[in-house]
Design a protein around this ligand. Structure first.
Ligand SMILES: [Zn+2]
Ligand SMILES: [Zn+2]
Length: 181
């Protein structure tokens, strides 16, 4: 076995037990690195990951700005606005993100209540780590939980993304974004 074969190791989905190369499985960490004690941690295939993420999204009672997942980043992380200043986000970036939340009472194109603001990574000039944000609501769509899950699944399939670390919106209002991990 060559050195690089180590990375092709197979593993199985903790839910449906399908065996896949490890890089096609998704590491969910709903404990958010133990910020949410008791949050589930598991290695899941795309279908089981999406089912679990969908449950998480539907039980979230806050509002969130959601930046599309990007294949070049293996992480997809949720941060509440109140914890972001401690994570090296400039105060004014956080303030601007708050202004992108759906204005109260807006409905999704399907007529259900919109609670998520679905944004292109361009709001971060395609670099979520750069801190450089020309945040505007241009191109942002206000969507309900069902439409968010659908849009998310489309982006994941389109770019064939497997996450090395993914968690879901929980607790307070915040930002769900692609991230290095
Ligand atoms: Zn599975
Ligand atoms: Zn909708």
């Amino acid at each position: 076995m060559g050195f690089f074969d180590v990375f092709k190791k197979e593993s199985h989905c903790a839910s449906c037990h399908v065996v896949k190369p490890k890089d096609q499985l998704n590491d969910i960490d709903f404990s958010r690195r133990w910020a949410e004690p008791g949050g589930e941690k598991a290695l899941l295939c795309r279908e089981c990951m999406m089912a679990r993420v969908t449950r998480g999204i539907k039980s979230f009672s806050g509002q969130a700005v959601v930046v599309w997942p990007m294949k070049k980043y293996g992480g997809y992380h949720y941060y509440s606005f109140s914890e972001m200043p401690g994570l090296e986000y400039e105060h004014d970036v956080v303030q601007k993100l708050r202004t992108l939340l759906e204005p109260k009472g807006r409905s999704c194109q399907c007529q259900k209540v919109a609670v998520f603001t679905w944004c292109s990574p361009e709001i971060f000039s395609n670099d979520p780590m750069g801190g450089e944000a020309h945040l505007s609501s241009a191109g942002a769509q206000y969507v309900c939980a069902d439409c968010l899950c659908q849009a998310l699944e489309e982006k994941i399939k389109e770019q064939d993304i497997s996450f090395r670390e993914i968690n879901v919106p929980v607790g307070e209002n915040g930002l769900w974004t692609p991230m290095e991990c």
